[in-house]
Design a protein around this ligand. Structure first.
Ligand SMILES: [Zn+2]
Length: 258
């Protein structure tokens, strides 16, 4: 049975369903949050202060997503409890909004560039990514702490992946329109959608800013072993979102040294 995540606010109940495959960087909770941003970007931040109930068991990926893009969460809620919650909402006359498809559409339309050739050294990578930071869409009208951050990331596959992938892809932060669409998430989601399997060992992820908790968890989620992917970041992030991430604890996250 597919997992379901639900958020009930006055007048509206949002829900998303998802059956995750092994290593798939997606959960019902992430689908719900992504979907709410897709259908109501103006109110999403406020809506997501409300508690989310989900049937899925707690995973690092879902926890990371909650830390970055929502507030309160009850994982492991039974299907019958969720049904009861939906029934109560229907009785109150609330509108039922299934955002499963909207979230999917948002992540699948996130912009990404593929290229057949890797730029070469770590320094070439970082220079390439930093050169693209001006292209990151930000919202100058928002207060500083709520603005999208200029972040670019590149996923570099080892030469012997045995897939028909082109070798590397670059993505920019797009969280001005959807708080879950960080550059690293876009890359990892794209990999999964194109290949449907874990990332090959010796994959490298270059990113201009240290990974947040959601992206760090997503990186580990698509790896068989925490050491399979090396993450090289350009700048440390001293903020709370990048504090004590799973990548720092268990993975291979290295500062870029000129
Ligand atoms: Zn992130």
């Amino acid at each position: 049975m597919a997992d379901i995540a639900v958020l009930s606010e006055p007048g509206r109940v949002f829900l998303a369903r998802h059956s995750a495959q092994p290593f798939e960087p997606m959960t019902a909770t992430l689908a719900l949050i992504q979907g709410i941003w897709a259908v109501d970007p103006k109110m999403a931040r406020k809506i997501l202060r409300t508690r989310i109930y989900a049937t899925e068991s707690s995973t690092l990926l879902a926890e990371g997503t909650i830390r970055v893009a929502a507030k309160r969460w009850n994982a492991g809620t039974s299907h019958s409890e969720i049904e009861k919650l939906l029934e109560e909402a229907r009785t109150r006359g609330s509108e039922l909004v299934d955002v499963t498809g909207s979230g999917k559409q948002a992540r699948e339309s996130a912009h990404i560039e593929f290229s057949p050739k890797a730029p070469g050294t770590d320094s070439d990578w970082m220079t390439q990514l930093r050169d693209r930071l001006d292209a990151v869409p930000i919202d100058p009208l928002l207060p500083r702490f709520e603005r999208s951050r200029a972040v670019a990331a590149a996923l570099v596959l080892p030469d012997d992946t045995g897939t028909d992938e082109t070798g590397w892809a670059v993505a920019l932060n797009q969280n001005v329109s959807n708080r879950t669409l960080h550059a690293e998430m876009i890359l990892i989601e794209n990999w999964w959608r194109r290949q449907g399997c874990k990332l090959p060992a010796k994959t490298r992820l270059f990113v201009t800013l240290q990974c947040c908790r959601m992206c760090a968890a997503a990186v580990l989620h698509v790896c068989e072993n925490p050491g399979d992917i090396e993450v090289i970041y350009g700048e440390p992030d001293p903020g709370p979102m990048a504090a004590q991430t799973m990548l720092q604890k268990y993975g291979r996250e290295l500062p870029y040294l000129k």
